[in-house]
Structure formats: structure tokens, C-alpha cells
Design a protein around this ligand. Structure first.
Ligand code: NAD
Length: 514
């Protein structure tokens, strides 16, 4: 099969003809009719690379109609056939890792190795979904009463929707649609309008794998498309990943319209470093987790909490590593960190440096001094380190979502815990120590959904589930893994008895088992 969306092989190939990114509805590309569109930039050059169609309410409705029409046959498709198709999806994504990664580098800007890591972590979720025959096994209780058995089965919801952020244009959709369609649902994806091509490419791979038309659909757009999803009576559930204000809106609006909603929000992830920690290991981890993907990861470390005497040597060790980080276009092999997603976002991130200093922080490394910040049209910002940050400062209170690492110095463990638990977010956190007892206590105390012990980015493997606490998640169930299977199915409990002549009688009492 000839796929229409061809991955760019060089940066130059991305731009010439301003290719239009269309919707993917009913198993084919569908050009937008709303007349609305958005820009897709090449963040490494700052150039407009493509344009993307923005869906109207009617176009969202067309995708929901395609998904609704496909649902009865898909849910009736045998588990073994669905599994076979999921294995084929898994294999095609595996074969095309580099192509998918090329879209990510071209439109998001992340460096190639990071993009390959994103695809690999998404793939894990597709592999998990291939186990769906086992995951959907129900339970059976024989002889709960004379001649009566009770069993529970899990059935799909119908049309499930996913709304995803710019920072993982392939992985986060894979967190959602693998489990959703494995469970027998059909799916409508609204990816980020900033880097939309990977999702259409995935649609083409799914078709090639044998996914029937209408089972997987993509509509692009902005708030108009999102609100059309939230209000559409034909959509049963919404999975969202993005910033906290939008997550709250999604949760409130979606549930008000009777939908099952899981809405994952923003983050401010603290790495607590105890005085007994291995300084080199902690500094390596802090630098990798703060500046990888230019800090545009919801599990990035954005705050180092340095306890007591560890602060000076730790900050020194972090500072010493910063000049060695190579910043450049994502497709260049030497680049370790690429540009940010847009110029506006880059400038907003940079504004927290002056704001931090004006409120008393010490700027130990200033990303605005990097040559690419000053001389490139790309959306580059070098790495920045703000020391002596305190919880009242704007730079601490907000999610910066860029290559800025903050250091908060605290005297002891209770102060560190108070800081972490007092933060509005609770996505991820890490503790660095050689003391198993201290680490265990932190795991017990931290009001955070995902905890790393000497591991800075504790993104759970696909057979656990991903989710934060507090303002990092609205809803009851975490994403992917076993909780994902629960999210995409509803339980049905059957109480059954078969005719046994001579045993029935009229009895108006409430059914009892004894
Ligand atoms: P975003 O909230 O701006 O956008 C996410 C999605 O919502 C996009 O598809 C976008 O088109 C849509 N959207 C944006 N504004 C909207 C509005 N006003 N009404 C309706 N829909 C709207 O997030 P982003 O900038 O794309 O991604 C970065 C954010 O996502 C960060 O806050 C990051 O922490 C968060 N994030 C969280 C997780 C997690 O698992 N908790 C994972 C990745 C990213």
C-alpha cells in the first residue's frame, strides 16, 4: 500500500509545497471544508512547514458517524481476529519507527534519539494491547445459590475520543488507541494542532494492518473541535492529556455531557536529593531529566530540592555539566537538545528567568546567552539554572515547560516533604539517596502519582498505569495498562439459571441466596 503521508527525510523536504495535513475519517484522508486552518512550523528553522485543517462541528460529527457505523461490526469481531490485527499494528509501527520519529523531529523539534525513544515507549503500549484476550477475561462464580451462577464480563463503551498534547505526538495517542480498539471500541483522535502529521501516518499504518475503516479516525483542530467532541452525544468517553486548565475544562464539560473522562494535566516534578546521595549520579539524572526534550516533558524534573549540605556540591556538579550539552536541530546526530515548540512558548519560558531573578532567585546559567537563541530563526533556548528559588516565586508556582531547572534549598526532610506535598501538581517525583529506609518513607509520604527512587523520570512501563494526583489528573482511572482496560470497558454482571422442571414457584420476596 502507498501511504500518503510520507515522513520527511531531511529538514529541507519538510517545507517546499506547504503540504496540507488533512483529517483521517472512515479510513481515508479527508480534506477540511471548514475553511479554518493552522500553521505547523519547523521549530529548528522557524519556518512555516505545513498547514493543518481545523475541523468544524460538522466535520467532528462526520468522524463520530464513521466511528459509530464501524462500532457494531468491530465489537463483534472475535478476540482472536482483533489480536491478530493488533499484532500487525505492532509490527508495522516497529518497522516504521524511524519514519514516525522523522515526523516528530520535523514538527516537534525533538532530537532523533529522543523521538525514537518516544516511539519505543508508545510501542510498548501497543504490545500490551495485544494481550487483550487475557485482559478481558471476566470472572465466574458457580452455584451462588441453588442452580444459579453469576459472572462478570467487560464490554466496550462505543466511540472513545482522545485529545492529545504537542509534546508526545505519537506516544500519547498510542497510550490511548491501542487499548481502546483492543477492547472493541472505535476511536476519534484529536491530536495537537502543532504537530499533527504523525497521527495521520499512524492512521495509515492501522489501515494497512487491517483495522476496518471507521474504527480509527483523526480530526485536527482547536477548541472548536475539542468542544464538539465534549458535547457530542455519540461519544462515550474522552481521554485527555495536556495542560491543567484545559484538563479541568475537559473533565467538567465532558462529565456534564454524560461521558466517562480521564483528563491528565500539567506538572511540576520535584527531585529530592538527600545529603547521602551519590552526587554525580544525582547531577547526571537532574541534567538529563530537566533538559531532555528541551524540558517539554510532563515528567521532566523541573525542581531539584536540595537538603542541607548537599546543595553546594550538587549545584556545582549540575553547573559543570551544562556547557557540555549540545543544542541544535533535532535531525543532526550531534544534537542532544532541540528547539522549543513555538516562538511564543520559547519567549514565555525565557520570561521566567527575569521574573525569578526579580523575585530573588540566582541565575546560574542563562539560556538566552546561547548562540542559537540570538542568531537562529529557530525556536532555540539554551539551558538555564535558577538557584535559591522559593515557593512564593512565580517561576516556582507555574509550570514552565522548558529547559529551566530550579533549585530549592531546604534544611531537612520535613521541609522537603512540605514543599512537594504543598505543590498544586502531583504528577511525578524522585528521591535520590543511598538510604533504603528514607526512600521507603518518601514513597509512603509523597502525594504524587508516580515516584522514582534514584530514577528521575519514573514513567511506568505499559503493564502498569500512568497518572498523577491533584491538579495533574482529573478523573478516577489512570491511563494505559490495566486501568486503561478498565477505562475503555464497562462491567456487566450476569446472574443465570437454567430451567430445572419442578423447581420454580411464585415468590414475591426479594431474591435471597440462602
Ligand atoms: P494544551 O492543554 O495546550 O493542549 C492539549 C490539547 O488540548 C491539544 O490537542 C489542544 O488542541 C487542546 N486545547 C488547547 N487549548 C484548548 C482549549 N482552550 N479548549 C479546548 N481544547 C484545547 O497542552 P500542550 O501545550 O499541547 O501540552 C503541554 C501540556 O501538557 C503541559 O502542561 C504538560 O505538562 C501536559 N502534559 C501532561 C501529561 C501527563 O501525562 N500528565 C503528558 C504530556 C503533557
Amino acid at each position: 500500500m502507498t501511504r500518503l503521508a510520507q515522513p520527511p527525510t531531511t529538514q529541507a523536504e519538510v517545507k517546499p509545497d506547504l503540504e496540507r495535513v488533512n483529517h483521517w475519517i472512515g479510513g481515508k484522508r479527508v480534506a477540511g471544508t471548514s475553511g479554518r486552518k493552522g500553521p505547523v512550523y519547523n521549530p529548528a528553522t522557524g519556518e512555516l512547514a505545513r498547514e493543518v485543517d481545523f475541523a468544524s462541528v460538522e466535520e467532528v460529527d462526520a468522524a463520530v458517524k464513521a466511528a459509530t457505523a464501524a462500532f457494531p461490526a468491530w465489537r463483534a469481531t472475535s478476540l482472536s481476529r482483533r489480536t491478530e490485527i493488533l499484532f500487525r499494528i505492532r509490527n508495522l509501527v516497529d518497522q516504521h519507527r524511524a519514519d514516525i520519529a522523522a515526523f516528530l523531529t520535523a514538527e516537534h523539534g525533538k532530537v532523533h534519539t529522543d523521538a525514537m525513544g518516544e516511539v519505543a515507549r508508545g510501542l510498548e503500549n501497543l504490545e500490551f494491547a495485544t494481550g487483550v484476550p487475557h485482559l478481558l477475561k471476566g470472572s465466574f462464580s458457580e452455584q451462588v445459590s441453588g442452580g444459579i451462577d453469576v459472572y462478570q464480563i467487560r464490554q466496550p463503551l462505543g466511540v472513545a475520543a482522545g485529545i492529545t498534547p504537542f509534546n508526545f505526538p505519537a506516544m500519547v495517542p498510542m497510550w490511548m488507541f491501542g487499548n481502546a480498539i483492543a477492547c472493541g471500541n472505535t476511536f476519534v483522535l484529536k491530536p495537537s494542532e502543532k504537530d499533527p502529521s504523525a497521527s495521520v501516518y499512524l492512521g495509515e499504518l492501522l489501515k494497512e494492518a487491517g483495522v476496518p475503516d471507521g474504527v480509527f479516525n483523526v480530526v485536527h483542530g482547536d477548541k472548536v473541535a475539542v468542544d464538539a467532541i465534549l458535547e457530542h452525544p455519540g461519544i462515550a468517553s474522552v481521554s485527555f492529556v495536556g495542560s491543567t486548565p484545559v484538563a479541568r475544562h475537559i473533565y467538567e464539560t465532558g462529565t456534564r455531557h454524560g461521558k466517562r473522562v480521564q483528563a491528565l494535566g500539567g506538572a511540576k516534578n520535584h527531585m529530592v536529593v538527600l545529603p547521602d546521595a551519590d552526587i554525580d549520579m544525582a547531577a547526571d539524572a537532574a541534567v538529563s531529566a530537566a533538559y531532555g526534550s528541551a524540558g517539554e516533558r510532563c515528567m521532566a524534573i523541573s525542581v531539584v530540592v536540595a537538603l542541607g549540605d548537599v546543595a553546594d556540591p550538587l549545584v556545582g556538579a549540575i553547573e559543570e555539566r551544562l556547557p557540555k550539552i549540545t543544542i541544535g536541530p533535532g535531525h543532526e546526530e550531534s544534537s542532544e537538545m532541540g528547539p522549543l515548540i513555538t516562538r511564543e512558548h520559547r519567549d514565555k519560558v525565557a520570561s521566567y528567568l527575569d521574573s525569578g531573578v526579580s523575585q530573588g532567585a540566582t541565575l546560574r546559567a542563562d539560556g538566552r546567552q546561547h548562540v542559537l537563541f540570538n542568531e537562529s530563526e529557530g525556536f532555540f533556548l539554551g539551558v538555564s539554572l535558577l538557584d535559591n528559588v522559593t515557593p512564593e516565586m512565580e517561576c516556582y508556582r507555574n509550570e514552565i515547560f522548558g529547559p529551566v531547572l530550579e533549585v530549592v534549598r531546604v534544611p531537612d526532610y520535613p521541609s522537603a516533604l512540605e514543599l512537594v506535598n504543598g505543590n498544586q501538581y502531583g504528577n511525578g517525583t524522585a528521591i535520590f539517596t543511598r538510604d533504603g529506609g528514607a526512600a521507603r518513607q518518601y514513597q509512603f509520604d509523597a502525594e504524587v502519582g508516580m515516584v522514582g527512587i534514584n530514577v528521575p523520570i519514573p514513567v511506568p512501563v505499559a503493564y502498569y498505569s500512568f497518572g498523577g494526583w491533584k491538579a495533574s489528573l482529573f478523573g478516577d482511572l489512570h491511563m494505559y495498562g490495566p486501568e486503561g482496560i478498565n477505562f475503555y470497558t464497562r462491567s456487566k454482571v450476569v446472574t443465570a439459571r437454567w430451567p430445572d422442571p419442578g423447581t420454580s414457584s411464585v415468590d414475591l420476596g426479594f431474591p435471597r441466596t440462602r
